[in-house]
Design a protein around this ligand. Structure first.
Ligand SMILES: Cc1cc2nc3c(=O)[nH]c(=O)nc-3n(C[C@H](O)[C@H](O)[C@H](O)COP(=O)(O)OP(=O)(O)OC[C@H]3O[C@@H](n4cnc5c(N)ncnc54)[C@H](O)[C@@H]3O)c2cc1C
Length: 431
């Protein structure tokens, strides 16, 4: 049953597709399942491939994850902060202006009022216009631009606005005014409530779901002979397919097809993403930070975001220790000197949080992640719309985060795999 269907990638999109297509054969480049939802062990503690939490709302999805993980932490008021020029500023910054020095607070408020009075930017052409309209010039230049430089590594003018939903809050006038004078009563994080496995990291939500699937590991696909409907793997093995579901990054998929037309190749060459280095730390000190995670705006610190694992899943970390994950982003055309960035991250965290790396750092490990986020620049949509229909016409169905080259959360990635399976089944039924 379904043996003629091949699935490339055993991330959660591959998982969703494989569970909906019993018997389909899955080939995975890595030596483990999970893709970006995998968690890496260090000193008995599990760290994700960049900060992961589950903020999904769908009860059926949560039921599946809860049953898989067994024991789950349910955080009902997420505590997030920003570090900026020696100050801890509440998150999001625009709703916590009281944490800024008085002169800055006044400038921020004046610029915000000017922005909402300005009728000139109705449909923002890019992320810069959007921020100026939502938050005003001061917050755009002092916070959002600085963070974009560290995180997206491209200018704000290059970014579209299609990635903002679920990441940034549009301005809320009441919140901004109130937050300039008084602390809010509730968490204002974009996802104030979330779920996380009590043990085993984010991957514990998915691990048991892989049982019984037909997965071959350490098997990267290197060539697709689309006319013959064959996949060639790195070890020389060749497999035929009737339909191919792929979570391989879209530009890699195009590069693997030698007869892709010039327009498709040109579109693939336009797709950009950022890479990530996570630096995982276990420190022999209790509660070094009160936050679940925090953002760092300072340009002299490479780390942009820090997740405090020992606050997110306290029972997974032995008492008396703090577990932290630091994230450093780079474009793919920038160097990523792992050792240098790791040493600098350790020094910066020691200074920021106050620990002695020589005597209190129990363990540390850096994990490079080649694909972190798709850069949602202004060419992305047109390029993706050129590539995907061409692939689908050849029986190749891109799915998931990098397969369709658009950021989605893990629940949507799983769903993308399920939907791909349904489309393949539909095509078989027709043909
Ligand atoms: C830094 C970061 C933070 C995130 N935070 C959250 C969060 O808080 N909550 C949330 O729900 N989601 C989060 N996500 C999103 C979530 O990780 C993804 O939606 C999900 O993991 C995507 O699954 P996927 O299967 O589509 O892709 P992937 O996880 O990328 O899986 C693709 C698989 O294909 C394999 N592969 C690649 N090339 C080949 C090849 N040539 N041959 C065979 N196999 C191949 C890869 O090894 C990989 O296992 C985050 C993502 C990132 C990067």
């Amino acid at each position: 049953m379904n043996e003629e269907i091949l699935i490339l990638g055993a991330g959660v999109a591959g998982l969703g597709a494989a569970r909906a297509l019993p018997g389909a054969r899955v080939f995975e480049a890595a030596d483990h399942p999970g893709g970006h939802c995998y968690s890496h062990e260090l000193d008995g503690i599990y760290f994700d491939e960049g900060a992961h939490i589950c903020h999904a709302k769908d009860p059926d999805w949560l039921k599946l994850l809860y049953a898989a993980a067994g024991d789950v932490e349910r955080i009902s008021a997420c505590d997030v902060s920003n570090h900026w020029q020696g100050h801890w500023v509440g998150y999001p910054v625009q709703n916590n202006l009281r944490d800024l020095p008085l002169a800055e607070r006044i400038t921020a408020l004046k610029d915000f009022v000017r922005a909402i009075q300005d009728p000139s930017v109705d449909a923002p052409a890019n992320y810069l216009d959007w921020c100026r309209k939502q938050y005003g010039d001061y917050l755009t230049d002092q916070f959002y631009r600085l963070y974009t430089d560290k995180y997206w590594r491209v200018s704000m003018e290059e970014l579209g606005t299609d990635w903002l939903g679920g990441r940034l809050l549009p301005s809320q006038i009441d919140r901004i005014i109130e937050g300039a004078f008084a602390a809010p009563a509730d968490s204002q994080a974009v996802f104030a409530q979330f779920h996380y496995p009590a043990q085993g990291g984010f991957y514990a939500f998915f691990k048991p779901l892989y049982a019984g699937l037909n997965i071959t590991y350490a098997s990267p696909a290197v060539e697709i002979r689309s006319a013959r409907q064959e996949v060639v793997f790195a070890d020389g093995r060749i497999e035929s397919y009737e339909a191919l579901a792929s979570s391989v990054p879209l530009p890699d998929m195009v590069r693997m097809i030698s007869d892709a037309p010039a327009a498709v190749q040109a579109a693939a060459a336009q797709l950009r993403h950022i890479q990530l280095l996570v630096v995982n730390l276990v420190v022999d000190r209790p509660v070094l930070s009160p936050f679940h995670w925090f953002y760092i705006y300072d340009q002299d610190i490479d780390v942009s975001r820090v997740k405090v694992n020992s606050n997110v899943a306290p029972r997974s970390v032995p008492p008396g220790r703090t577990a932290l994950q630091c994230e450093i982003f780079r474009r793919t055309d920038e160097p990523m000197p792992v050792e240098e960035l790791t040493d600098k991250a350790i020094g910066d965290m020691a200074r920021l949080l106050g620990f002695d790396p020589a005597t209190e750092l129990r363990a540390h490990k850096a994990v490079p992640v080649s694909h972190a986020y798709v850069i949602s620049d202004l060419q992305r949509v047109a390029a993706v719309d050129t590539i995907i229909p061409w692939l689908e016409a050849r029986g190749i169905y891109p799915m998931g985060l990098f397969g369709r080259w658009k950021f989605i959360w893990s629940d949507a990635a799983y769903q993308s795999g399920e939907e791909t399976a349904q489309r393949i089944k539909g095509r078989h039924a027709e043909g």
